[in-house]
Design a protein around this ligand. Structure first.
Ligand code: NA7
Length: 541
């Protein structure tokens, strides 16, 4: 039987991942269609328009590196760019590469089913139209499925409410309003200091206090910009040679081998330096409980130094391993709690019972609120994939195979057995603890090289071997077990979403970008070891 397909590849999502995937495959002569639920490009940066949204990886790294022209033509204004600037950058790239003509906006992919009889993917969109492709590639990100906790009474609330991950495009006014923010992760930590000076009264509903270190954001002087452009090649190399895909290596010394005085001096230095320097002060901070305690204590002492009210400082002080949740960078987060109009509600002690017509009722008090902001994060990593009914061989869904997230198994986070010709960009178990854009670039290049290889070898079916993915997932877990990441609940472990099962493994490859790139490139160099590569003459269209 001779099959016909609409496209060589269908990609979901027009964020950093989908855009580069489209560009790469199209340049290699493949026909590609991207489907995007939003009305324009941007992905995370399209949806997350909340006040204070900015990247936590330095802008000079949080961008593409594949095109000299793009690197030279774009100038970042500050060390950590704000959402509007990042979105402008993504729009600039889309225009420069003429990407929009192959993207269909305002279309949500409902399902993607693999037809093993004729080896193609059948994709159903939200208008019930169906398109087919040989390859199915997800560029849905890890944090695109907003988590609005099921809170009793939300439907009765008469005020305005927003989730930060689906922030409206229209201007939201805070003037004269009493505003409640639920959640103090990276997002809450960005929202709170930004809106505090604008609102009449701010109530922060905190479940878990956070460690946060100063971003030390600042405008980028022209000389610095010129210097980074001149050494663009060197910076590009760092993305693949360092654990986080940026210009930082973990400290060479152990926290425990230095004197107390040296330690305090070093911590103070990295605290002032900003970015992700603090967590990298010494190499063992995220491995060794005792080393971790020193770093944690330093931050705790800073909280008590910054926050004037000792009771509030105590409430804001965390008591788990620092760095084992993605480290947070802030601008005046703890300082904001010195403002007269900022109040902290510890919802572990004083639980949220329900949302009323007028605000939030906790066990002890009712808070009248004109606006509630849910900075409650995402159904991370597996959430965006599970939102689509993805079915592989035998009609088995990804959700079934991965037991609703409890038993995720992938090969390099890029593919999974039983789902031939499907690739995931920044999928579960890939290396993403660091510069997401660097990870995306590598994944896209790896996938497009593979697809290119398959074409030259006349290979029709690419599928990860089950035994290799079991081994890979095991390795992922073993690496994580050597760190403190598995000892703390976070969105990595799904603990922020009610009812989400805790994964048996660990969903991020923690040996670092440099190791991941080495391993995945070796696999490619060995003829894509760990994959079944099949030719099926009758299927060639
Ligand atoms: P996070 O880091 O998952 O933070 C979500 C916050 O919301 C966190 O403080 C949660 O408390 C809190 N939360 C979630 N559900 C509730 C309920 N039901 N009640 C009270 N508080 C709740 O998401 P972010 O958006 O801040 O950051 C995600 C990533 O985006 C970040 O790591 C960066 O990579 C960018 P918890 O800590 O679970 O007790």
């Amino acid at each position: 039987m001779k099959k016909t397909v609409d496209f060589d590849a269908i990609v979901i999502g027009a964020g950093f991942s989908g855009l580069y995937m489209l560009h790469k495959l199209r340049n290699d002569g493949f026909s590609v269609r991207v489907f995007e639920a939003g009305t324009d490009v941007g992905g995370t940066w399209y949806w997350n328009r909340y006040p204070g949204a900015r990247c936590d990886i330095e802008s000079i790294f949080y961008c593409y590196s594949f095109s000299e022209k793009i690197t030279n033509n774009w100038t970042w204004s500050s060390r950590f760019a704000e959402q509007p600037e990042i979105l402008s950058y993504i729009n600039y790239v889309a225009d420069e590469l003429d990407l929009r003509k192959d993207i269909v906006f305002n279309k949500r992919v409902q399902s993607a089913h693999y037809d093993e009889q004729i080896n193609l993917w059948r994709i159903t969109l939200d208008d019930q139209s169906v398109v087919t492709a040989h390859y199915f590639i997800t560029g849905v990100g890890q944090l695109s499925s907003a988590n609005v906790p099921k809170m009793k009474g939300l439907e009765n609330y008469k005020g305005e409410w927003y989730h930060t991950g689906t922030w409206p495009k229209h201007e939201v006014s805070f003037e004269g309003k009493k505003v409640g923010v639920i959640g103090t992760g990276s997002t809450g930590v960005q929202v709170i200091p930004t809106i505090a000076p604008k609102v009449k009264e701010l109530y922060v509903f905190q479940r878990t206090p956070q460690y946060s270190t100063p971003a030390q954001n600042r405008p980028l002087p022209p000389e610095y910009v010129a210097e980074t452009k001149a050494k663009a090649h060197e910076l590009k190399m760092l993305r693949t040679q360092t654990p986080m895909g940026i210009d930082l290596m973990p400290g060479e010394r152990s926290t425990l081998e230095v004197t107390k005085e040296e330690r305090l001096r070093d911590f103070e230095y990295t605290w002032q330096k900003g970015a992700h320097s603090f967590v990298n002060t010494y190499y063992d901070i995220i491995f060794d409980p005792e080393a971790n305690q020193h770093a944690s204590e330093f931050i705790k002492s800073k909280i008590h130094e910054i926050v004037k009210d000792p009771e509030m400082a105590k409430e804001l002080t965390p008591d788990y391993y620092y760095g084992a949740r993605r480290p947070i960078l802030d601008t005046n987060y703890f300082e904001t709690f010195n403002r007269e109009n900022v109040n902290l509600v510890n919802v572990k002690k004083d639980q949220i019972q329900q949302i009323t017509e007028k605000g939030i009722q906790t066990s002890n008090q009712h808070y009248d609120l004109d606006m509630i902001i849910f900075a409650t994060g995402y159904d991370g990593i597996t959430g965006p994939l599970f939102k689509i009914d993805i079915r592989g061989k035998g009609g088995v869904s990804l959700k079934e195979k991965w037991e609703n997230g409890a038993n995720v198994r992938t090969y390099l986070g890029l593919a999974t057995a039983g789902f031939p010709n499907m690739f995931m960009i920044v999928g579960p178990e890939s290396a993403t603890l660091g510069n997401f854009v660097a990870a995306i670039e590598q994944h896209v290049e790896w996938i497009s090289d593979f697809v290119h290889y398959a074409r030259t070898q006349v290979i029709d079916i690419i599928e990860a071997n089950e035994k290799d993915e079991i081994q890979y997932s095991k390795t992922c877990k073993e690496i994580a077990d050597q760190t403190l990441f598995t000892k703390v609940d976070s969105w990595f472990t799904g603990s922020n979403v009610e009812g989400k099962p805790k994964p048996k493994g660990f969903l991020i490859y923690l040996a670092g970008f440099h190791e991941f790139f080495k391993v995945s490139n070796e696999i490619a160099a060995n003829g894509y070891q760990g994959f079944k590569l099949e030719k099926s003459a009758d299927l060639v269209g």
